[in-house]
Design a protein around this ligand. Sequence first.
Ligand code: SF4
Length: 373
Amino acid sequence: MAAMQLDFYVDKMKDLHFEIGPIRPPNEGGANSLLLRITRNCPWSRCAFCYGTPYGRQPFQIRRVDEIKREIDTIKLIVNVIDDINRALGGIDWVQSFIEAHFPFGENGHALQNFQCIINVLEWIRSGARTVFLQDADSLLMKTPQLLEILAYLKANFPSIERITSYARAKTLAIKTEEELAQLRKVGLSRLHIGLETGDDEILKLINKGITSSEHIEAAKKALRAGFEISEYVMPGIGGRSRWMRHALNTANALNEINPTFVRFRRFVPRPGTPLFNDWKEGRFQLLKPHELLLEIKTLIEHLQVNSRICFDHFINPAYRIGRKIVHLFSQDYSGYKFPEEKEKVLELIDYGLNIDEILWITTEELTKLPYI
Ligand code: SF4
């Protein structure tokens, strides 16, 4: 292809960008979901283990519908340019090489944002343009008619979309009516990622989650009745050494009542800049040792009676060393283990883990030193 034509495509793409928020669930990364920022940051920012730090503790904002629709138009333009390059170069692999060679993402903030957007759309197309993740922490706080308008516009522009997912605070789900949720489900929003963390009311209060266990259960059941798939996030270790048993038992009870589509385990790792990090550093909170953590997870699993996928799809979950190699005890697969069928298998893995010398395990303290925790 002529150099002039290549320059034309580069110039065309350099002005195309849209907002991308800081985080998304790992499985949405695995699915190469398109990232569409509906709101900015977290409206609560008070959970003691998080404190809104993934969003830099910036104030929550609901973005304007016209602004988001314009960004959907931009995404469409990027898709069209990628199609043109694909046709000109004769293959999507060549498009990837072309983009990587022509977008020096280290240059400045604008270039980085531009590169992230182009790569996000390219990977999305390569995966069939099937899944979208709405950022940031609580998209459902947007008024339902506005969210419906955005979802309808997105689907009309990209009929290949099969799944649209979002984080949702249970407190926000509680204020949406079942009819509103059903409308959102009908127009394409299909899966909600919700942070239960623990089913124990005492711990929920201590971590300032802003909701009780029964409120959370009701909200999650309402979303399920409206037809959503839900991913419930639970946090082994969040009760510390003094409350591990009640954490395990009451979390199992809450999950049994909800019977979510997915349960996703995320070990508690103190995060700098949060109240719980300070509590740990100043001796008011004791982290579980590796075998104690496994015992807590075992207790929770033993009491689980759900028809759900149980997932450990994050590197912070239990792992040990064999020489220089790090081995995760559980599968990191995004679809996890099918319960109840694979419950025994998970319990056997935990017993296997309990027989591995504690010195070989990656401790929670070690994980706190990682820069991206
Ligand atoms: S609601 Fe979510 S994002 Fe907000 S502070 Fe709590 S855990 Fe963090």
